[in-house]
Design a protein around this ligand. Structure first.
Ligand code: 13P
Length: 256
């Protein structure tokens, strides 16, 4: 058996700062029939204020709901923040952590990403951990080192048992929202490197089971080729996840 078949693909939409609760219900109603017979896991990661609507709209469907960040503290004087325990308490199963927009625009660092990951795992959530290099780093030939470092810091203290609730999303920053997609070969190479690192840290069985997504301008036209790569087990989709038909095509491409 090819190792890829040990893993179920996960297609996750990252809606970023888009959609009101009303629009959330409407978009999920459009996506649900397209995802109904999916052979992959399907997740929509929505803004905090849309979580309630998303949970209601996905009830009875095979679509799961995620948030896009969480704070590391359980509660306290952190105005404007939301804790992992709050998400878990409301029945949200997934959370994205360390997205490049959180890192570059809102001060997230490898250290805070590790703290958020700890809190999310403690709360019982499934973490979609984002890593990826800037274009300057790729040009310097240090992509693998950057991604290894980000991954290693975030996984510090994560047990092998907890790793089963971690998905890693490789998102080259230069490919996000730019229409510039990594070639299937480029994406697969870094995804493979992440799996090699996880094998070094946890052993082969854990590495074989680890879901490693690709993200960055994945769309209806390029998804099939990316998802066919040995080490690409799904996608984290921005722009194309806001169009039900396109998202449906990507879900289908991951279901073969
Ligand atoms: P785009 O698909 O819009 O490039 O965004 C990717 C992304 O950042 C998903 O988290």
């Amino acid at each position: 058996m090819m190792n890829k078949q040990l893993r179920k693909a996960v297609i996750a939409g990252n809606w970023k700062m888009n959609k009101t609760p009303e629009e959330t219900s409407a978009l999920i109603a459009e996506i649900a029939p397209l995802a109904e017979n999916a052979g992959c896991d399907v997740v929509v990661c929505v803004p905090y204020i849309d979580l309630h609507a998303a949970l209601a709209a996905t009830a009875g469907t095979n679509i799961r709901v995620g948030a896009q960040n969480c704070h590391w503290a359980g509660s306290g004087a952190f105005t404007g923040e939301v804790s992992a325990a709050m998400l878990a308490g409301m029945g949200v199963p997934y959370v994205i952590i360390g997205h490049s927009e959180r890192r570059s625009l809102f001060g997230d660092s490898d250290g805070t990403v590790a703290k958020r990951t700890r809190a999310a795992l403690d709360a019982g959530l499934i973490v979609i951990l984002c890593v990826g290099e800037y274009i300057e780093q790729r040009e310097l030939g240090i992509t693998n080192e950057v991604v290894r470092l980000q991954t290693k810091v975030a996984l510090k203290g994560v047990s092998e048992e907890e790793l089963a609730r971690v998905i890693i999303a490789y998102e080259p920053v230069w490919a996000i929202g730019t229409g510039l997609t990594a070639t299937p070969g480029q994406a697969n190479e870094v995804n493979h490197e992440i799996r090699v690192l996880v094998e070094e840290l946890y052993g082969k069985t854990a590495a074989d089971k680890l879901v490693v997504q690709y993200g960055g301008s994945m769309n209806a036209a390029n998804a099939a080729e990316l998802l066919a790569q040995e080490d690409i087990d799904g996608g984290l989709i921005g722009g194309a996840s806001l169009k039900a038909a396109d998202f449906g095509v990507i879900v289908k491409a991951a279901s073969v």
